[in-house]
Design a protein. Sequence first.
Length: 400
Amino acid sequence: MDTDCTLDSCPAYGLGRKALIVYLAFLSAFTPLSTDLFLPALPIMAEYFQATPGLTNLTLMGFMFFFALSMLVWGPLSDKYGRRPVILAGLTLYLLSSVMCALSSDIWMLIGGRVIQATGSGAVSAVAMAITKDVFRGRTMENVLTTIQTMMLIAPMIAPVLGGFLLALSSWRGIFWAFVICGVVAWLGLLPLRESLERPTEGPALKSLGRIAFVLGHGRFSALLAVFSVASMPIMVFLATSAYVYQRSFGVSPQMYSAFFCANALASVLGPTLYPRVLRELPQRGLITACFAAVAAGSALLLLFGHAGPFWFAALMLPVTFCSTAIRPPSTIILMTMLDSDTGTVASLIGSAAVLCGSFAMLVSGLWTDPLVSTAVISLFAGLFCLAGWLILGRNAKRG
């Protein structure tokens, strides 16, 4: 059955083309919300369960680790069994685990619930991008992918603010009940979705998982995947260190920190928002090169002058954030269109690799006593690595 969406019809979704785009954008925000919405509640949960901060942080790090791993399973399975069954399985796990977290009686039950929640989230994230390539074509596909990338950037920036608002209205358990509500909405939104996979992979399930090796066997794809995944490090390390930089290093109030954080959030949203309107008209290679160079230069300035004060730190961090996010839409489009098959596997690798690189950056940032220095150094490394890799790959492509 033809499931391609046009301006007039969208066989893939019973409520129409615009409703499908809204639904896919909502699904793409699932994981960032699940990761960051409860960040303000971490100290409260540690006190409630009488657990150490390190043990409580496993609810975050464990989520990200199992989310990344689960995507590598769900993506290939969606190429074999279809997108709809995988989303249904993922949302069911997400709903049940969110209830488990909300009713947790000890920290280990909460950690276990978060691991299951991460596994369900992996299915949702892996399939959202795959459906986009299944049913949209050309510029429309680029626009939808840009929308998805924008939501994935907006969600982690606004989630801590929303989490603080929920904590003012309820206890930490209220945040997980909010996850339950999100899961129910997503499950209801699944009902009008029709299967979009037209050519499933053949063979047993284990052979489907072997498609990961097949996709990674394309050398240029793997190299670009590494470059674009490392590019996620500056944003992720900022999320991990910003509260410590502003509140501990500079001594600003939590309210003032929220203002600085929102400014950075606007910069992160501006990058992908401008892509379909302005940046897409620029030469793609030149745009990505300039963004990587700007990340490296901005990070070097941050290392040199960031300690001058909170406004200096914010001003120097803005271009790093903007350029780190501006390359997300074109990089995703490049990777998603490199192979004609294995769309679910490709989408899962893109998401999984970015999360693993970002998680590694967050982990390494804890090795420094000065969070500002760790932010600048890791961002500088990411900018230089990505710039060098991108230029080398471009030179090799011209020779080929």
